[in-house]
Design a protein around this ligand. Sequence first.
Ligand code: NAD
Length: 296
Amino acid sequence: MTTIAFIGLGNMGGPMAANLAKAGHQVTGFDLSEDAKARLVAAGGHAVATVAEAVTGADVVVSMLPAGKHVRSVYTGPDGVIANAPKGALLIDSSTIDVDSARAVAEAAKAAGMLMVDAPVSGGVGGAAAGTLTFMVGGEAEAFERAKPILSAMGKNIIHAGGAGTGQAAKICNNMILGISMVAVSEAFVLAERLGLDAQKLFDISSTSSGQCWSLTSYCPVPGPVATSPANRDYQPGFAAQMMLKDLKLAQEAAQSSGAATPLGAQAAALYAMFCNSGHADVDFSGIVKYLRGDA
Ligand code: NAD
């Protein structure tokens, strides 16, 4: 049994913390929301009133927060994790945040003599509840080895991406591929409609041809060909357009600060911003096909 402090008990963090408690760990959680804390208590954990209280005496700290500014303040603030956790504690941030913030917080942890990994996830709320998340882990090998058994209670694929920040880099690179490919597949289905080509026929042909990709074969943006895709339930998420936009913006920030040319990533970010701004932020990201068709 490990003593684990869990900071950020929202849609993702709540079920992740519950899985740690289910695996027999002693989980002490903190969130700004009283409801979120009550859910942890119902799942077998303890809830406390401050970050400092949560991390005092913890072997491991896990966080699942909205964005880089929250992670910076929770870790490096005077009442935060680094100032209050035991020196030997392992720090794991699973939030999806900008690479610069991830590296800055990892530096601060290192300066305080603590091991830290960035470990963002793929798999969504369903994966968090089922304990089947994929973790992309950035940090030193020693930190990765210590994090692995903890992450295994919340996920099924745990991959060491490299040094600090590379977990976040993997997450935004992957989701940039996903955003661009979803737009590409959607454009193809809209063009097919205009040309009188049946959607199922395009699927049958492209899914066994060079246009094959996950956005087509696992998450087809039009109803019919893939029974499990959100297109069959009026584009209820799934993965909301605003989450895709967040990740595409992070990719653009990283491209700018590193000097990488990502013109299609920029176009995808612009399209998802227009889609979200037109009242579709909560729609599944594959709903972009309706926008491209002109009926959203
Ligand atoms: P959420 O908004 O449901 O949860 C975030 C929680 O953090 C909230 O309960 C909020 O009260 C809490 N919080 C904010 N500031 C805090 C602070 N200073 N101290 C303590 N608690 C604080 O968000 P979520 O959907 O759980 O997402 C969390 C992270 O996971 C995000 O970075 C998101 O991009 C990433 N993510 C989400 C999904 C998904 O499908 N929801 C999938 C992959 C990754």
